[in-house]
Design a protein around this ligand. Structure first.
Ligand code: FAD
Length: 455
């Protein structure tokens, strides 16, 4: 029988496994996490009594439903938690599980690897006490702890208000929610966001909650610096009216939307193309999740769409697998899923405009701002390399000359900002500046664990 491997046990991977199981398959479902659920529906660590219904608010029902469905599914699939795929070489997936190396061969590969935070650098962003927005949520949901007593939320993302609300709910103090996108840009994106009125209302409810709680809520800010001696002490911004504001805090959560985790797709041979709305390179699929023969992509790892779209696209990709394996299909079900995915991803395009990636602010950063924190490369060092005679104008060449993006995160953190700096200095668009190619290991691994099976 065709061996089907799914990577990622978030809503997309779980929905895909359910569809395949229902048709008599027993897919392998791999996830590096201790427990299933992915990012949005993350469960607390074992033994931690955390009131998740309080934390998840209006999404508590969906959270419970997904985990109940997974409990029912678990015994009928080959589920491999705590297992990270760090390389793909043809049909072979290279794994690390509990510190031990392993390989698995896949006839059919369905990647549902989700997303991670996109961050924009500013002076002080490498200080202890600065977390990504998702990191701040992981600390809360996984460990039941806050990243600080008084937290500033900075960036441009609907998750800023969500996370700030969760922090308030769990007893944290919110110093400010500072969004770089002006309110009028958000208003202009309203028609696209009407594609999912329920999600839009949820976002408005977060905003109302922040206002009721008296949380300072700023739109159209220019971040100036995160200040502190050895640790975060304050966030300094210029507000939408041009006034400089300083907010005392002991932690900052930084997030400019999400970027798909595309490295495994890249290694598996997926084609990627530049998307001008998201200003990111996204994997190309046929709309049902097909990338190339034998490779399928679903969820936020394919295109940012949110949890509901992830679930629908996971089911859709599994139906594409079944179709390609010659199984008969209910066309009405496939059409319904496809329509749902298009609608919800369209909503996210509206969000991408309402919570824009602040291109001009990134390009205006001073030379001294650290761009690549793994290798401690400043924006000035990138500009200087590019200013040389016949200097590089493409991100992979810039990486080779400056080591920007060459550290342990493999450019997953600095890549999008590097792309904007390179585009800005060379006067090209983001597409021409290029993207950092996916490289194994896609995430840090112990060399000893990998030595036996390295591709
Ligand atoms: C940190 C974070 C917090 C979020 N919080 C919320 C929230 O509170 N509310 C909300 O509506 N949305 C949230 N989101 C958005 C969220 O991404 C989607 O709503 C939804 O979870 C996407 O589902 P998915 O199945 O595509 O991916 P995910 O749910 O992200 O699942 C992907 C899974 O793939 C696994 N994986 C990735 N790479 C590998 C690898 N190399 N090897 C093995 N396993 C791998 C991960 O461990 C993960 O479990 C959050 C996103 C992030 C990044």
């Amino acid at each position: 029988m065709n061996r089907i491997v799914i990577v990622g046990a978030g809503p997309a991977g779980i929905a895909a496994a359910e569809v395949l199981c229902a048709r008599g398959h027993r897919p392998i479902l791999i996830d590096e996490g201790e427990q299933a659920g992915g990012q949005g529906y993350r469960q607390p660590s074992a033994g931690l009594a955390l009131d998740m219904s309080r934390l998840m608010g209006s999404e508590a029902g969906k959270y419970d439903a997904l985990h109940a469905r997974f409990a029912n599914l678990k015994g009928r699939i080959d589920y491999r938690p705590r297992t990270m795929v760090w390389a793909i070489d043809g049909r072979t997936l290279h794994l690390v599980c509990d510190g031990r190396a392993d390989v698995v061969e896949a006839d059919t590969l369905l990647l549902a690897t989700g997303a991670m935070d996109r961050v924009a650098p500013l002076p002080g962003w490498t200080l202890p006490g600065v977390f990504t927005l998702g990191g701040a949520q992981v600390a809360l949901k996984d460990q039941g702890c806050l990243i600080g007593h008084r937290v500033a939320f900075l960036g441009s993302s609907p998750l800023l208000l969500l996370a700030a609300g969760q922090y308030r709910e769990m007893g944290g103090e919110v110093a400010v929610v500072a969004d770089t996108t002006p309110l009028r840009a958000k208003a202009a994106a309203f028609p696209a966001m009407m594609r999912s009125p329920r999600t839009l209302l949820r976002g408005l409810a977060y905003m109302a909650g922040a206002m009721r709680a008296g949380t300072p809520l700023l739109h159209g800010v220019t971040p100036l610096a995160i200040e502190g001696e050895g640790h975060v002490e304050a966030l300094r911004v210029r507000d939408g009216r041009g006034r400089e504001r300083r907010f005392s805090c002991d932690a900052v959560a930084l997030g400019y939307g999400l970027k798909p985790e595309t490295q495994l797709a890249d290694l598996a041979g997926a084609a990627l193309a530049y998307d001008a709305d998201f200003r990111l390179f996204l994997p190309k699929t046929d709309g049902f999740g097909r990338s190339r023969p034998g490779l399928y992509l679903a969820g936020d790892g394919a295109t940012i769409g949110g949890a509901d779209a992830a679930e629908a696209s996971g089911a859709l990709a599994a139906h594409a697998v079944l179709t390609d394996l010659g199984a008969s299909q209910d066309i009405a079900v496939i059409r319904r899923l496809a329509r749902q995915v298009v609608r919800l991803r369209g909503f996210q395009r509206g969000l991408a405009r309402a919570f824009a990636w602040p291109v001009a602010q990134i390009r205006a950063q001073p030379d001294a701002t650290v761009l690549c924190r793994c290798e401690n490369v400043t924006i000035g060092a990138v500009r200087a390399a590019m200013a040389q005679t016949l200097g590089p104008v493409e991100v992979n060449r810039v990486k080779a000359m400056t080591r920007c993006g060459m550290g342990r995160c493999q450019g997953r953190v600095c890549g999008p900002a590097l792309q904007e700096i390179v585009a800005g200095v060379s006067g090209q668009d983001g597409a021409a500046a290029g993207r950092l190619r996916g490289q194994a290991p896609v995430k840090p691994i112990a060399l000893a664990a990998a030595a036996d099976t390295a591709p």
